[in-house]
Write a protein that binds this ligand. Structure first.
Ligand SMILES: [Zn+2]
Length: 113
């Protein structure tokens, strides 16, 4: 039996060739190092190396920091969106008021002629 996808990269994705495993796109999101740092073929490491505990901790801390930054970013986005919606509502309200005023002026104009 031949294995169709013998190369397994850091995130667990399997590939036909070593080269495509090294350039795995999923590793960017799913691998702790955000890149394909190791590729296995069976039980053997054929590219890169497993992370040391220290490296793993470093990546963990970095990923956590990024996650917090992303959370803060999305929170601020949400706030911004709410502010924008409020501003839009206010703009509409003012516009309607102005329209009403215009309308009243128009009536007055007609009356005063
Ligand atoms: Zn991968």
């Amino acid at each position: 039996m031949t294995i169709k996808y013998p190369f397994e990269c850091a995130c667990g994705e399997r590939f036909k060739t070593l080269n495509s495993a090294i350039h795995c796109k999923k590793c960017r999101n799913y691998s702790i190092s955000r890149s394909c740092h190791v590729v296995y073929c069976g039980d053997e490491i054929v590219y890169g190396a497993e992370l040391t505990e220290e490296e793993e901790e470093r990546h963990d801390a970095q990923n956590e920091k990024e996650a917090r930054l992303m959370d803060a970013y999305f929170e601020s986005l949400e706030k911004e969106q709410v502010e924008q919606e409020k501003a839009e509502l206010e703009f509409k309200r003012v516009q309607e008021l102005e329209l009403k005023e215009d309308h009243q002026w128009a009536i007055q104009d007609r009356l005063s002629v």
